[in-house]
Design a protein around this ligand. Structure first.
Ligand code: COA
Length: 349
């Protein structure tokens, strides 16, 4: 069998959950166009679709509200939380809290998954200096992480990016989740594998690095010379390129248009102009397009999230995709165990 570095192009399993880039640039969740779903449905509906093939998110919403309020009164979780919060990155806090909560095997797939979603949202909300306790009936998950006085545009923007983060085929973190699940391990352990894998800057961490890059330039000219220098030095510009899409990431225009719509002051306008300049240079010099993380990072920043919460928000969206893949892998019940090409020394005595 031919070796493919990074398993590029290798079909490593079967799935009914999504197609990524199948018609060139499309993304479909169980047959539905994900971009259209941002216009017609909420994250809760999409989460229910991905887990249970049902586009009605009312059960997901009910479970989420229940678990979210239970966490407020859970002294064990809150004590652990206090101990680790000041010294760990929020991604590590999420990994630890999800792991600590664990799971009971008496629950349905949707119920189990929602408990994890609520825990992730609860951790993210705790970093907000404002009160986040009021849950919106429509955009429940988005509202749990935003201040109570968030505008309807802000709720909708976060809801959209959560939908776009929800599922993406056999990406690295989902594959890690499936590998763990394939050993018949539990859902929590498998999701923890996913969280650890998403943390790296070539995957979920790209949105943090992209915004740090944008913020490092004082104006558009500075961005132009800075990015050209990085390209000359063969450095990667985070938030550009994609392992599967080769023409465009269909999620990027949705998040970009929200950034444009939410511009609230001169500083936000300048950062958007700097981002557009980087986008223009990457197209001209490298024929590379922005992926969801480039303008996605900027959007989360316009929604007032600290940079270190961007990847956790990715987790908040993606946990349903990971869980769906876990259940699919468990049903398939095949241990994932690829072979390696040996390139070490010959036999030695
Ligand atoms: C996502 C990514 C890993 C996809 O990788 P890939 O399609 O396998 O492409 P490769 O990493 O093999 O790169 C192919 C070429 O394009 C260049 N390239 C790819 N992405 C680049 C980027 N973001 N900035 C600059 N150059 C890039 C590589 O340097 C390489 O150039 P070379 O042929 O001269 O060596 C890659 O584009 C990347 O590292 N992007 C930045 C991280 C990121 O945004 N990740 C989030 C993904 S949603």
């Amino acid at each position: 069998m031919e070796y493919s570095p990074g398993l590029r192009g290798v079909i490593a399993g079967e799935t009914k959950i999504s197609t990524v880039g199948m018609e060139g640039t499309s993304l479909r969740y169980r047959g539905y166009d994900a971009i259209k779903l941002t216009e017609t449905h909420t994250y809760e509906d999409v989460a229910s679709l991905i887990i249970s093939d049902d586009l009605n998110g009312s059960d997901f919403t009910t479970f989420f509200k229940q678990y979210y309020s239970e966490l407020n009164g859970d002294n064990d979780v809150n004590n652990l939380f206090k101990q680790i919060k000041s010294r760990l990155h929020p991604m590590d806090v999420i990994r630890t809290i999800v792991s600590y909560i664990g799971e009971s095997d008496k629950k349905s797939d949707l119920d189990l998954t929602t408990q994890i979603s609520a825990a992730v949202a609860y951790v993210i909300a705790s970093y907000n200096e404002n009160d986040t306790s009021e849950l919106d009936d429509k955009y429940t998950v988005a509202s749990s992480m935003l201040s109570n006085n968030a505008s309807s545009d802000q709720l909708q923007a976060l809801d959209d990016i959560l939908i776009l983060y929800a599922e993406h085929g056999f990406n690295a973190s989902t594959f890690a989740t499936r590998v763990t699940g394939s050993t018949r391990s539990d859902l929590t352990s498998s999701i923890v594998s996913g969280i650890g894998t998403l943390k790296g800057e070539l995957h979920g961490g790209a949105n943090e690095r992209a915004v740090e890059l944008i913020n490092s330039f004082k104006d558009v000219d500075d961005a132009k010379s800075g990015v050209m220098k990085m390209l000359e030095e063969k450095k990667k510009i985070m938030g550009f390129g994609h392992g599967v899409y080769k023409i465009q990431d269909p999620r990027s225009p949705v998040v970009k248009s929200w950034v444009e719509k939410l511009i609230s002051d001169d500083d936000a306008k300048l950062r958007y102009e700097i981002a557009q300049k980087i986008d223009e240079i990457m197209d001209k010099e490298k024929k590379l397009f922005p992926n969801v993380d480039f303008y996605g990072g900027l959007l989360l920043s316009e929604l007032d999230f600290n940079v270190n919460l961007f990847t956790p928000i990715f987790v908040a969206g993606r946990s349903v995709g990971w869980a769906a893949h876990y259940f699919e892998q468990r049903a398939d019940d095949t241990l994932i165990r690829p072979a390696a090409k040996y390139i070490g020394v010959e036999e030695r005595d």
